[in-house]
Design a protein around this ligand. Structure first.
Ligand code: KIV
Length: 276
């Protein structure tokens, strides 16, 4: 059964946890979908893990549409949510609706995600009014890295926690169907999850959220560098891939690949005629 935004609401009501992973390409999307994961986020984290841009700031609408379209072609059941990249919704309500529409029309996403709470409530309401489901994202919002001055846990003071609660409430009132809570104390995320009727999807926000999301490359262990505290490696695929690449290199160089089983044969007699 295909997962829809209505399924998200039903799962919240039934107390069933929602699973979400990022994916950015057709092959990975097929694997994630076949594994039964409820939702795929085509995150603008593709700026980090697919394009090597260092952060999400330079990611464009064209990047997001291309990757979203590749993912949706590989998905049968999961709900596909496409991230709205930096400056595709901040400038005006009008641009926000037009760009959300492109992710649905050209990328064939089922929903979009944008970062921000109270300040983005008018965008969320307008996009939702255009019949496009919106997932919001509050807490540590990577597009705000320059404003935050780095990747820091959010919501740790009374003032920040109050703002976080106000953001969550505003998002729900504006019509969002779900909200990602990133890098906030587990107690705060649990409080918000209990107060909201829409599901909360946590990343570095503890087990009290209604669902969990991770970046694919992080959970597969494909990075050697910085790994946030909240990531669990469910596999060491990076090590496995490196071993396979090294094995290929060795086999090419020692002549053991390709073997006879990987070669096409010439029909009898043809070679003799050429050599004539
Ligand atoms: O872009 C992304 O992958 C995200 C997740 C970290 C939630 O926004």
């Amino acid at each position: 059964m295909a997962v829809t935004v209505a399924t998200f609401q039903e799962m919240k009501r039934a107390g069933e946890r929602i699973s979400m992973l990022t994916a950015y390409d057709y092959t990975t999307a097929r694997l994630v979908d076949a594994a039964g994961v409820d939702s795929i986020l085509v995150g603008d984290s593709l700026g980090n893990v697919m394009l090597g841009l260092g952060d999400t700031i330079p990611v464009t609408m064209e990047d997001m549409i291309r990757h979203t379209a590749a993912v949706t072609r590989g998905v049968t059941n999961a709900l596909v949510i496409a991230d709205m990249p930096f400056m595709s919704y901040q400038v005006s309500v009008c641009e926000a609706v037009a760009n959300a529409g492109r992710l649905i029309k050209e990328g064939r996403a089922h929903a979009v995600k944008l970062e921000g709470g109270v300040a983005m409530a008018d965008r969320i309401a307008a996009i939702t009014a255009a019949q496009i489901p919106v997932c919001a994202h509050i807490g540590l919002t990577p597009q705000g890295i320059n404003a935050f001055g780095g990747f820091k846990v959010q919501g740790k003071t009374v003032e920040a926690a109050r703002q976080f609660l106000a953001d969550a409430q505003a998002i729900q009132e504006a019509g969002a169907f779900a909200v990602v809570l990133e890098a906030v104390p587990a107690e705060l995320a649990t409080l918000v999850s209990g107060r909201l009727e829409i599901p909360t999807i946590g990343i570095g926000a503890g087990a009290g959220c209604d669902g969990q999301v991770l970046v694919n490359q992080d959970m597969l262990g494909m990075f050697d560098g910085f790994m946030p505290k909240f990531v669990r490696r469910f596999a060491e695929a990076g090590a496995l891939m490196r071993e396979a690449y090294a094995d290929f290199d060795r086999c090419v160089k020692d002549g053991t690949f390709p073997g006879p089983e990987h070669c096409y044969g010439m029909p009898e007699g043809v070679l003799e005629q050429i050599e004539g």
